[in-house]
Design a protein around this ligand. Sequence first.
Ligand SMILES: [Zn+2]
Ligand SMILES: [Zn+2]
Ligand SMILES: [Zn+2]
Length: 131
Amino acid sequence: MEPRAKMTHVTVRKAADGRAVLSQCLKSQLYYCPFCQPSIFKPRDYASVMTHIESHRLKAVLHREFTIFICHLECRTAKHFHCPYCPKTYVNRRDFTKHIPQSDQQFEVVRLLMAYILELMDQYPGSGSST
Ligand SMILES: [Zn+2]
Ligand SMILES: [Zn+2]
Ligand SMILES: [Zn+2]
């Protein structure tokens, strides 16, 4: 297991994450798509899965450093996108691309607020331990 913070969904990737690592079925030696349920995309040989992932990439939504692939996992019955900033998912691509900048801004506000609170806490270091 990787000790990575579980901030974003598997379908939300950054360029820095590098290429998606495919999991392989030990019995059949076939590979899975990390963004689809095996019942939707059956395990195949490496080349076929890479071609399939390329089709995910062509339909992916790009935002800042994020590449958001279409998710076809068990979270919802329909294909959908995961927001990198909040737990919301969208089936409609246009709604999703409208939502991201709004969510991005809210995320920024929360981040600034957190920084402000931390700064305040720094100014009152004894507030945690009374008596
Ligand atoms: Zn897939
Ligand atoms: Zn999902
Ligand atoms: Zn959002």
